[in-house]
Design a protein around this ligand. Structure first.
Ligand SMILES: O=c1ccn([C@@H]2O[C@H](COP(=O)(O)O)[C@@H](O)[C@H]2O)c(=O)[nH]1
Length: 235
């Protein structure tokens, strides 16, 4: 897995995806999420992989342990690089996810990294307290979810840049902090609440950044991607 900025392919179908990918003449790290996967199914993963791109399959599984285990076993066969669940599903569910992923990975292939969503980057502390009835600061809630994800044996978490540094200190620098909510300076936040710039993400301890609309919605997506790469300082 490389550490290029991960481009969120939040498009309604494969026509838009391949038009977008056609602007680039290099291999990318892309994210296939619910919008695209639920329209196109597993075939879209195969088609994007055939073009040589690394893939984060962002389906955020959250169900009883047995169901998540079986679903992960199936997803493992798609041969993606990164997959995820919701940490709110609990330790047994996350352990099940890992078992399923290991069971579904064919001998000789690398297992996909498994990460857990802590608090969505669209959530504010006020919303978390009022709607989820979690009586902690948002940072403490994220740190708690990171701690139980690590306890379950996962490879890292999805969090915002604002919590990434502290998670690195408490869970170790090898524990991945994958951070969406990335915007170029002055860019619209849309529905995101805990946002940061690519250079801010680098400075504050992200391991990988996820960038959607700042690139896919740009007048010149290739120029926007290059700007993100420069600010992120792709290694
Ligand atoms: O906490 C989370 C978890 C996942 N996402 C996903 O990342 C992208 C972000 O898109 P932008 O257009 O850059 O806002 C999107 O696919 C989300 O589903 C997230 O934003 N926050």
């Amino acid at each position: 897995m490389n550490n290029k900025p991960i481009i969120a392919l939040d498009f309604p179908g494969e026509t838009e995806v391949f038009q977008f990918l056609g602007y680039f003449n290099e291999s990318l790290f892309v994210k296939i999420g619910m919008e695209l996967y639920l329209q196109e199914g597993p075939a879209i993963v195969q088609k994007v992989k055939e073009q040589g791109h690394d893939i984060f399959l962002d389906l955020k599984l959250h169900d009883i342990p047995n169901t998540v285990k079986s679903a992960m076993k199936g997803l493992a066969r798609l041969g993606v690089d990164l997959v995820n669940v919701h940490a709110a599903g609990g330790i047994r569910m996350m352990e099940g996810a890992l078992e399923g992923l290991e069971a579904g990975t064919s001998a000789g292939n690398n297992r996909a990294k498994l990460i857990a969503v802590t608090q969505l980057t669209s959530t504010t502390e006020e919303e978390m307290k009022n709607e989820q009835k979690i009586n902690l600061s948002l940072l403490d809630s994220v740190l708690h979810y990171a701690a139980i994800s690590k306890q379950a044996g996962l490879d890292g978490v999805v969090c915002s840049v604002h919590e990434a540094g502290k998670i690195g200190e408490t869970c170790g620098q090898e524990f991945l902090r994958v951070t969406p909510g990335i915007r170029l300076a002055g860019g619209a936040a849309h529905d995101q609440k805990r946002i940061a710039t690519p250079d801010g993400a680098r400075a504050d301890g992200s391991s990988l950044i996820v960038v959607g609309r700042a690139i896919t919605g740009a007048q010149d997506p290739v120029a926007a991607y290059k700007e993100v790469c420069e600010l992120w300082g792709e290694q």
